[in-house]
Design a protein around this ligand. Structure first.
Ligand SMILES: [Zn+2]
Length: 65
């Protein structure tokens, strides 16, 4: 499966849970705009910084302050 990256807003400095579109693993990551996040199970890139924005691939299933 090949999902597009989407820009997310208003998630800066929060923990988000991303569901990997390739293997279904849920990865919790802290968003601060400069870290690339990879799935710990299959290694797919789930989130990456891009031009001051933050791109997410996969479904966001939760946010935490
Ligand atoms: Zn995965």
């Amino acid at each position: 499966m090949n999902s597009e990256f989407k820009v997310i807003k208003d998630h800066d400095k929060k923990f988000i849970k991303i569901k990997c579109p390739d293997c279904g693993n849920e990865e919790i990551t802290y968003v601060r705009g400069s870290t690339e996040v990879k799935c710990s199970v299959c290694g797919s890139t789930l989130a990456k910084p891009s031009g001051g924005k933050y791109m997410i691939r996969g479904e966001i299933t939760g946010t935490f302050e």
